[in-house]
Write a protein that binds this ligand. Structure first.
Ligand SMILES: [Fe+2]
Length: 274
């Protein structure tokens, strides 16, 4: 498959595009990889359909973009030799996780660069995922608000995760559960600015009174989920979503609570936000 056979179809104005003509299980030709990287930078989250990925192929594809992250708490396939593959499973017995807007693991000093999520078992209806563009949300603010936010830093805390009791927790990694990041970060590849606080992990804005911090964060959380900044993806078995964690947020729609849904995620390590 050459780069000429690849099509890229945007899903919404702010972000998201479906890419056809790439088999993620195969090694990528250099021009195909360039097309994919450019599409990822432009669209922030890209989608593929009908992919058949083994655990080896899923991790090998992700490794082209960086080192792989091991989550401190969420269950993984480590017993099969894949601690980098996080398993997100829900059913009539297991509740959905990630129902609130967030970007992944922002409570660490170097949050992940991106994630590659493979839909293994998905309901016929429901269980969609939404993404929001933090570039678009930032660009939708007035100059005055952009200037105010650009000087602020926020505390992120993931200790709520520790309440999820499971045998998979990594005691060493569990020490890295709080971090301070700029409220507006600059993307190291595109140079664009985006909002970098989220209602799941951000605790407060540093150096502000509690009332001030709460008012600004509540406003931002409401603002960044405005429909015009989002896209919504319906999963089919074999669908893959690959998102840039530095400029997007996401959440699941928990609307088919009894259906079995199993997703496998490989996450790529990132840099310290600036
Ligand atoms: Fe997530």
């Amino acid at each position: 498959m050459s780069a000429n056979d690849i099509t890229i179809e945007p899903l919404a104005a702010a972000l998201g595009a479906e890419i056809r003509g790439i088999d993620l299980a195969e090694p990528l030709a250099p021009d195909t990889e360039r097309t994919l990287r450019d599409a990822w930078a432009d669209h922030q989250v890209i989608f593929f359909r009908d992919q058949k990925l083994t655990a080896e192929q899923h991790t090998a594809f992700a490794r082209r973009f960086g080192e792989l992250h091991v989550h401190p708490v969420i269950p993984s396939r480590k017993d099969e030799g894949f601690p980098e593959i996080v398993v997100l499973e829900s059913s009539d017995k297991l509740p959905f996780v990630a129902e609130r807007w967030h970007s992944d693991v922002t409570f660490q000093a170097k949050p992940p660069l991106g994630s590659i999520l493979h839909g293994v078992i998905v309901p016929k209806a429901g269980g969609d995922t939404m993404w929001a563009s933090m570039y678009a949300a930032y660009e939708g603010l007035s100059d005055s608000m952009q200037r105010l936010l650009s000087e602020l830093h926020a505390v992120h805390d993931g200790s709520g995760f520790l309440a999820i009791g499971n045998d998979d927790q990594n005691d060493e990694l569990k020490k890295d559960m709080t971090a301070v990041h700029p409220v507006v970060r600059t993307h190291p590849v595109t140079g664009r600015k985006g909002i970098f606080v989220n209602e799941t992990f951000t605790q407060k804005i540093k150096g502000m009174r509690a009332k001030e911090s709460t008012a600004i964060l509540s406003f931002l959380y409401e603002h960044l989920k405005s429909p015009e900044y989002t896209c919504r993806f319906h999963w089919r078995p074999g669908s893959v979503a690959m998102w840039d964690n530095r400029c997007t947020q996401h959440r699941v729609i928990a609307d088919n609570l009894d259906a079995h849904r199993r997703m496998e995620r490989v996450t790529i390590c990132g840099d310290q936000p600036y």
